[in-house]
Design a protein around this ligand. Structure first.
Ligand SMILES: [Mn+2]
Length: 337
């Protein structure tokens, strides 16, 4: 774990899609087998981007190998092409990665990025460390799916209903159902374009927000009931323990909606959810509002993300992780009080 220090989000200028498009085109032209890799604990932005790009590559005759690190994100089985996910592709000439700021988040599939073949890193995280051979990072984009759309359009690659549905799911969920601050005019126009190209917005909304298993909602109930507030409600935090999972029969993946509940509180400036992954590993999800930067709480612990949504993994037991993170959270909030 790195030393704790308050730091702000690093800023870096990245080449735009026009600067890298021909490099990417050359890599695609030369390749027969192409891996499309999502990150660990893939959300719909990462997996939708990978499956959407894969579908377009398949349509131009490439052998495509979509891959997601274990465990499989079973809440995303509705994405077109989910059933074509592969575990271990035997040969590949280039690896495309989606929505992932560092190779550490590829879990058991990290070797795919370190096997010597070119890596094309497609992302919108401001904290991306530029691990690709080619980096297409657009921090202003609302979702990685939006970056994929720009790239496909720039390369003149096909966007059929399967591609459009994956990219719509990416955009829709990364904007919180078009509610977060990243819901820009361009995002809304892209949503309309993707619907025109065949995405079904009602179906994707149903699958994204209205298809939760009963244990998932019960877990959310327990975690919401356990929430704590400090600084007159400006700091909100809660936790999901292994005991809560046992009690409800839910898995840790099903805690993904809890942070959204915490950040719905009116007074909230900083919301933190602690997830007890094992006796020695704790994950945090962080959301922020107004002058607080969510990454300021995550970068010191080796994590990252966006201004409004970030996370980190701490090799510490729950209680120690809580002490360390809340101590920094109090410092951040103390500075604005
Ligand atoms: Mn994203």
């Amino acid at each position: 774990m790195s030393t704790i220090q308050t730091q702000s989000t690093p800023t870096r200028r990245w080449p735009g899609v026009d600067d890298v498009a021909e490099d990417i085109r050359a890599l695609i032209d030369r390749a027969e087998d192409i891996v499309c890799l999502a990150h660990k604990d893939a959300d719909a932005d990462s997996l939708g981007s990978a499956l959407g790009f894969a579908a377009s590559l398949r349509a131009i005759g490439k052998r495509v190998h979509p891959v997601v690190p274990a465990p499989q994100p079973f809440l995303l089985t509705y994405l077109p092409g989910f059933d074509r996910l592969e575990d271990a592709p035997e040969r590949y000439d280039v690896v495309f990665t989606f929505d992932c700021a560092t190779v550490h988040r590829f879990g058991d599939k990290r070797f795919l990025c370190e096997s010597g073949v070119p890596v094309v890193n497609v992302d919108h995280h401001v904290s991306n460390d530029g691990y690709g051979t080619v980096n297409l990072i657009e921090p202003q984009a609302s979702a990685s799916g939006q970056v994929v759309y720009r790239l496909l359009t720039r390369l003149g690659m096909p966007i059929d209903a399967d591609v459009a549905s994956n990219l719509y799911a990416a955009l829709f969920t990364d904007t919180g159902g078009f509610r977060h601050e990243n819901t820009t005019e361009e995002a809304l126009r892209l949503g309309a374009d993707l619907v025109r190209l065949g995405a079904d917005p009602a179906l994707i909304a149903l699958k994204s927000y209205k298809s939760r298993p009963v244990p998932m909602l019960k877990l959310e109930g327990l975690a919401v009931a356990a929430l704590q507030t400090e600084f007159d409600g400006r700091l909100v935090w809660s936790q999901v323990t292994q005991e809560m999972l046992d009690k409800t029969g839910a898995s840790m993946v099903e805690s993904e909606g809890v942070i959204d509940q915490l950040q719905s509180i009116d007074t909230m400036k900083l919301a933190v959810l602690f997830k007890q992954m094992s006796p020695s590993l704790t994950k945090i999800s962080v959301r922020s509002r107004d002058e607080i930067d969510a990454t300021a709480l995550c970068l010191p612990f080796g994590g990252g993300g966006h201004h409004r949504a970030a996370g980190a993994e701490l090799n510490l037991p729950l209680e120690q992780a809580r002490d360390a993170v809340l101590s920094l959270a109090r410092t951040l909030l103390g500075a604005i009080s």
